[in-house]
Design a protein around this ligand. Structure first.
Ligand SMILES: [Zn+2]
Length: 317
């Protein structure tokens, strides 16, 4: 039930989206009703147009020739997502645009970054702040990829602190962006980036599994350093045993999948193939140092495991 948009009487006779009109006003077909109907039609048409923008953007992305075009398609994407949020209470259209355009847009933003360098991505970060952007995923994804890319091609100092800090802004709730933001772990030894501090604050606010994901990234690039960070956390007195155990999940999967299975961070991109990473193997010394620390700090948990335990036995079940 609602109130008739024309006479105010309780009714549910005829609905025009958010408006209802009672039967007698509908029959009377006044100018007011005609205006309402016209508005309704116009709205439907607009919604239809918004609904296909994701497809259109994806199509146009296939043959973009300039960085300027990519930038403007990103703008288009955000604008249409905004419109869909305003007009479509069901959010189906929002999700359709995401489905159609997010991945191709992420791909092109990354290509553009490889061409233009950090200035391109930093400008996007600046122009599309997380709190004011309907979908940050294409930017987060391109930044994540480029962080890894640069880490392999250059030095950690060649990653701007703004990019790493931008990623940490997505550590609040588990989403695709949350997962991609684990890649700030590739900046673990950046002179201006307080990576351990970021892990601490994530743990403090109840996002320990973000810390786990970000710490896991460090092992890919420098397992000694990853082990140092993990062991420091295991030795701390301000963490509970459960928290310490949770943190060991950062290595539990490394041993298990041995880098053969496909990774999901960052999305839409196989970084190992892209940078020519030839697989992960534990360094014997690192592995035994880690084992010792875990046996000391998580004695009970480890003693529950039968026989010669391995990191994969740590995996939460
Ligand atoms: Zn009425």
């Amino acid at each position: 039930m609602g109130r008739c948009e024309i006479c105010g009487k309780q009714t549910s006779s005829h609905s025009l989206d958010e408006f209802v009109v009672c039967h007698s006003c509908w029959e009377e077909d006044s100018k007011e009703l005609q205006d309402l109907k016209r508005g309704y039609k116009k709205r439907k048409k607009q919604l239809k147009e918004i609904e296909v923008t994701g497809e259109k953007i994806a199509e146009e992305l296939m043959d973009v020739r300039s960085v300027e075009q990519v930038r403007s398609l990103l703008q288009d994407y955000q604008q249409n997502l905004n419109l869909s949020m305003e007009m479509d209470a069901e959010r189906d259209i929002f999700l359709k645009i995401l489905d159609d355009a997010c991945e191709p847009l992420s791909n092109k933003l990354f290509d553009a970054a490889k061409e233009e360098g950090w200035s391109f991505l930093l400008e996007l970060i600046d122009k599309h702040p997380p709190f004011d952007t309907p979908d940050s995923m294409p930017i987060v994804n391109a930044v994540s990829r480029y962080v890894i890319w640069i880490r392999f091609k250059k030095e950690v100092e060649d990653i701007p602190i703004e990019a790493l800090e931008y990623l940490t802004e997505f550590n609040d709730e588990p989403t695709d962006m949350w997962e991609d933001s684990f890649t700030c772990g590739w900046g673990f030894d950046h002179p201006e980036f307080d990576f351990v501090g970021e892990l601490e604050s994530a743990i403090e606010k109840g996002q320990i599994f973000w810390a786990v994901g970000a710490l896991e990234q460090v092992f890919y690039f420098e397992q000694e350093k990853g082990a140092d960070i993990l062991i420091d956390f295991l030795r701390r007195e301000d963490l509970t045993e459960d928290e310490k155990y949770d943190l060991t999940q950062s290595i539990a999967l490394i041993g298990d999948k041995e880098w053969e299975s496909s990774e999901f961070v960052p999305h839409y991109w196989d970084w190992k193939e892209a940078v020519g990473y030839d697989g992960f193997e534990w360094d014997k010394e690192v592995k035994s140092t880690l084992r010792e620390a875990i046996e000391e700090e998580l004695e009970e948990r480890v003693s529950e495991m039968v026989g010669e335990w391995d990191f994969c036995d740590l995996a939460s079940r």
